[in-house]
Write a protein that binds this ligand. Structure first.
Ligand code: PMV
Length: 319
């Protein structure tokens, strides 16, 4: 039996503009994880046991766009193995369809568990590339930021088509991640931005430039440990995302509640229209901001510390 797991993620700065080749910053969220177990089983082919979906099925009979069957197929093809008599069990604590990268984390965990099972380790970049192929099944034109940050488990500065860059978090900082409870498929928001860009290209390009500049400034601030600079940058990024049409009343309510309760800045994270809001908080306001977000209708609040982390050790369950 072999096991592997992968964290959730949030986009700190630069969503949507990243699809148009501007930089974005994403960080792993270690409080939630997807886990995959690969084991021998008395069966003919490959059985998928997706506990969270209460589904068990034969990978060979799954449709071509089934994400679990797809990552198993592509990983085995990459390893040059024909799996038989194998069960792949998947379980995740990452909320689905809320911008926390649940799909990419499941793909990364499954691909890694298979490479361990067949004793053929692959580099993070290769695991990321396998997960990217599955992301494409669902998002159409994903930038690749989700699979990258999740496979590398480090803060990443991501520019589409360029080699991935990690960077130093000089001073750790804390974020509250609040779920609006509105499931918003990434594909729809990305498609709407595409249509807006087709109609008003100059205006959208200018917005992407503003967002890209914020991501660049934020990276420098994080590398210098200037946490104070990040709050206003989050607020400014949120303004541009609103102008792009990807905010929503639920997002605005949570952003406003976090700021009123003492957060230094807040914005949507991910595709928008729903999903999660992130707020930069000091320890002194943590309880107040969490309470304010729940009172304002958040479904769940996860508090995470962003730091330059060592990799998660799956045998001990620690980093
Ligand atoms: O919903 P998420 O967190 O997977 O974020 C999508 C981020 C976008 O920039 C909107 C799309 C992309 O592919 O990068």
């Amino acid at each position: 039996m072999t096991k592997a797991s992968a964290p959730g993620k949030i986009i700190l700065f630069g969503e949507h503009a990243v699809v148009y080749a501007r930089p974005a910053i994403a960080v792993p969220v270690f409080q939630v994880r997807a886990e995959a177990v690969v084991e021998r089983a008395e069966i003919d082919g490959v059985e998928i046991d997706a506990a969270d979906l209460a589904r068990r099925y034969d990978a060979r009979e799954a449709p071509a766009d089934d994400p679990l069957a797809a990552i198993i197929r592509s990983t085995c093809a990459r390893l040059g193995v024909e799996p038989r008599g194998v069960r792949v069990r998947v379980h995740s604590t990452i909320p689905m369809a809320s911008g926390l990268g649940s799909g990419a984390a499941v793909s990364v965990a499954v691909a890694r568990a298979l490479t361990r099972f067949f004793v053929q380790p692959l580099a993070d970049a290769e695991i990321s590339a396998l997960a990217y192929q599955v992301e494409k099944l669902h998002h159409g034109t994903p930038s690749g930021i989700d699979n990258t940050v999740i496979a590398f488990e480090q803060p990443v500065y991501f520019v589409r088509g360029q080699p991935v860059e990690s960077f130093r978090v000089a001073r750790p900082f804390t974020l509250a991640i609040a779920d609006t409870g509105v499931a918003a498929p990434t594909k729809i928001a990305v498609g709407d931005v595409r249509r807006a860009w087709e109609v008003e290209r100059a205006r959208c390009e200018a917005l992407f430039d503003e967002i890209g500049a914020i991501a660049r400034t934020a990276r420098a601030a994080i590398e210098r440990g200037e946490v104070d600079a990040l709050g206003p940058l989050m607020d400014a990024n949120q303004e541009w995302l609103r102008a792009l049409g990807v905010s929503s009343p639920e997002i605005e309510i949570l952003v406003d509640a976090a700021r009123r309760a003492g957060a230094r800045g807040a914005k949507l994270s991910g595709a928008g229209r729903g999903g999660n809001v992130i707020a930069l908080i000091d320890d002194s306001v943590r309880v107040r901001v969490e309470g304010a977000l729940m009172n304002a209708g958040a479904r769940r609040v996860i508090v995470t510390r962003v730091e330059h982390a060592a990799r998660f050790d799956e045998s001990s369950g620690t980093r």
